[in-house]
Design a protein around this ligand. Structure first.
Ligand SMILES: Nc1nc2c(ncn2[C@@H]2O[C@H](COP(=O)(O)OP(=O)(O)OP(=O)(O)O)[C@@H](O)[C@H]2O)c(=O)[nH]1
Ligand SMILES: [Mg+2]
Length: 379
């Protein structure tokens, strides 16, 4: 699973990315700070099954903090876009192909309305304009690639279009579905646009991170307005607040887990003041929202699941005696055999079945696994 962080320039994409990955990236209050994409590892979170099993985990691939497991996912932060990007304006459409490396997208918008369509300072800017712009630029750009497909008479149009879109991680099935469902008969301006919309919706699910909520007067009415206008999930967040807390935690000033933090070192007046502002944000909104954006995208919008795997169903250990060591993000329809493939190709080859460690019962080989399930793969 790879998530792309996209959006108009100067909305806080790199701040959001850094808050997830703690990679050292450039953040500045000006347009086009990011040019080349940044790659890192972020996490989706889920309750650790240790509590249910009344044990204590010893994680391997997915760290655990206060009963919350952090399951790794790849994240890319790309250059920002401006209106006309699909035709080369701003940093052009290179960023668009960088973003298509991802299986799903977090679109960051600035709900404080203090930056305009070109990323310059303003007041009262409507963030919905950016949602429209990003949707239109992505759609037009993909449509222009579909339009270049060289469909020879008698050939399967899906194959030519798929070939043209290669590297952008669209599925062949989706392209075939689009042609059938939309009854596409010819490649023209209208058909390429509707096809582009269809395949983007299916293969690049989006959740919108409504960033800078700390600088926004009435967050809920902005979100309500956006929800009435667009068919996306909108989650408010403050990437800057999350980044401050993660860095303070990393450097041993505070302990931050879940939606709470406590100082663990004597703090100076400036640090205390900064943290008290963030405390107010959390009191008002429940959290900084950053992790909620990721979890909403993974679990609610895509429907992916997290599955834990063990070798010994009684001790819940792997071959090295680590308790509940590994967790994987799997597709919505992944079955136990697919989970075995994620553990190791060798495990998949020797796969004989799987046990649900909570019930002790065998699970069906062709049924989708459940979120939070602990499986022993029988080999
Ligand atoms: N108030 C507030 N400011 C933020 C927040 N997140 C980011 N910013 C500020 O927004 C400005 C732009 O941040 P970046 O992360 O560089 O934005 P970007 O979208 O990556 O910008 P480009 O790469 O230039 O497209 C910086 O001054 C950040 O400190 C937030 O949650 N609240
Ligand atoms: Mg950036």
């Amino acid at each position: 699973m790879k998530i792309g962080v996209i959006g108009r320039t100067n909305v806080g994409k790199s701040t959001f990315f850094k808050a997830l990955t703690l990679e050292d990236v450039q953040i500045e209050d000006r347009p086009f700070t990011t040019i080349d994409p940044n790659h890192g590892v972020g996490y989706v979170t889920i309750e650790c099954p240790e509590k249910w099993f009344k044990t204590k985990c010893s994680p391997h691939n997915a760290p655990c903090e206060n009963g919350i497991r952090f399951v790794p996912i790849e994240v890319i932060d790309v250059a920002g876009l401006v209106p006309g990007a699909s035709e080369g304006r701003g940093l052009g459409n290179k960023f668009l192909s960088d973003a298509m490396e991802a299986d799903a997208l977090i679109e960051v918008i600035d709900i404080s309305g203090t930056t305009d369509s070109l990323g310059s300072h303003t007041t009262g800017y409507d963030p919905g304009k950016d949602v429209e712009m990003v949707r239109d630029e992505l759609t037009k750009w993909i449509a222009s690639i579909i339009a270049r497909a060289n469909i020879k008479s008698g050939a399967d149009p899906a194959e030519s279009i798929y070939k043209n879109l290669s590297g952008l991680k669209f599925r062949f099935e989706t392209i075939k579905d689009a042609i059938k469902t939309l009854s596409i008969k010819s490649i023209d301006e209208k058909s390429t646009l509707t096809m582009s919309e269809y395949i983007l919706k299916k293969d690049k699910p989006i959740t919108v991170a409504c960033n800078k909520m700390d600088a926004t007067h009435d967050v809920s009415s902005v979100i309500k307005d956006l929800e009435a206008r667009f068919d996306y999930r909108f989650i408010s967040c403050s990437a800057a607040a999350e980044l401050t807390l993660k860095e303070a935690h990393k450097h041993g000033f505070i302990s931050y887990s879940g939606n709470e933090f406590v100082p663990v070192k004597e703090l100076n007046a400036e640090q205390k003041k900064g943290l008290s502002i963030i405390e107010d944000i959390i009191k008002k909104h429940g959290s900084t929202g950053v992790q909620d954006v990721v979890n909403t995208l993974i679990f609610d919008v895509i429907g992916d699941k997290v599955v834990f795997t063990v070798e010994d169903e009684k001790k819940l250990t792997d071959g090295r005696g680590r308790i509940l060591p590994d967790a994987f993000v799997v597709d919505p329809d992944a079955n136990p055999r697919d989970v075995a493939t994620m553990v190791h190709s060798e495990v998949a080859e020797r796969y004989k079945g799987a046990l649900d460690c909570r019930t002790g019962l065998k699970v069906k080989n062709d049924e989708p696994v459940k979120n939070g399930q602990v499986l022993k793969i029988i080999v």
